[in-house]
Design a protein around this ligand. Sequence first.
Ligand code: HEC
Ligand code: HEC
Length: 247
Amino acid sequence: MPLLSLALSLLTAQMPTAPAAIEAGRQVYMGSCSGCHGATGEGSQGPSLLSGRAARLPDNTLFNSIRNGLPGTSMPNFDLPAEKVWQIAAFVRSLTAPAAAASLPGDANRGRALFFGEAKCSGCHRILGEGGALGPDLSNAGAERTVHQIRESLVKPSARIASGFRPATATTAQGTVVAGVAKNYNNYSVQILDRTGKLHILPRAELKQFEVRDGSLMPPVADTAALTDLIAFLARQTIRPYTAEAQ
Ligand code: HEC
Ligand code: HEC
């Protein structure tokens, strides 16, 4: 390898962080990898890149697995310039990075206005003590969730239900109906949090009917512009200031 290009490849031998590089990686990923690993890394013919071994690979191993493939498996090699391979690696990393680390399109201020206003999110969700309690507290959403997870929660709320938030209904012996989310239930008692934030603790033996359902109480967000702004806003919600080094 000529000295100059060796020096250059050493200089670029690290994970890029610029949104443009990650976007370039995303484009190659969609064309060359998504068929086996899924559009968001969830896996299909190939393994998930969101958990297990693939999510914990050191940067250099990730780079080498993409460039050289994994002999003896169906993971092919991608004989591309190092810079391209790093872009793909950076996109793969972004699939598991906390949302707070992402540079996102969308207007976070407008997202905040929607959250506490027109979109009525704060009727069910609390951020730093402000809002309702029927849904999960979102004060630290940007540190605890990836962009992909936040997007999925908004577009398909029922795809994954946060534990302690499944919809439930109980009818007492007197015929009173209590509806909300099931916080806890066993053979003896049932705890339901209703929409006003009141926790009902009901002895199971005294209930005429009790049902916990799949599916979310949360209505999906359909408007694309609102979605982009809400994601930008939620990604910035961290209890402590976010720095990549602290992760
Ligand atoms: C034809 C299917 C296929 C394609 C295309 C494919 N992969 Fe894979 N990939 C696999 C399989 C299968 C494995 C698991 C191999 C094993 O460990 O058994 C894997 C493993 C991986 C791993 C884990 C590597 C490790 O060291 O454990 C990463 C990261 C990965 N693939 C990324 C990619 C990227 C990025 C692309 C596109 C540039 C891609 N793959 C294209 C099938 C594929
Ligand atoms: C009627 C109550 C209700 C409203 C209104 C509502 N949500 Fe939710 N939300 C929930 C419940 C209940 C869950 C937990 C069940 C689930 O995962 O879908 C949830 C889950 C979520 C999650 C996933 C949380 C996690 O821990 O993974 C996010 C993010 C979210 N909501 C954001 C929003 C946003 C943004 C809005 C406004 C557009 C909104 N919600 C409106 C009730 C609501």
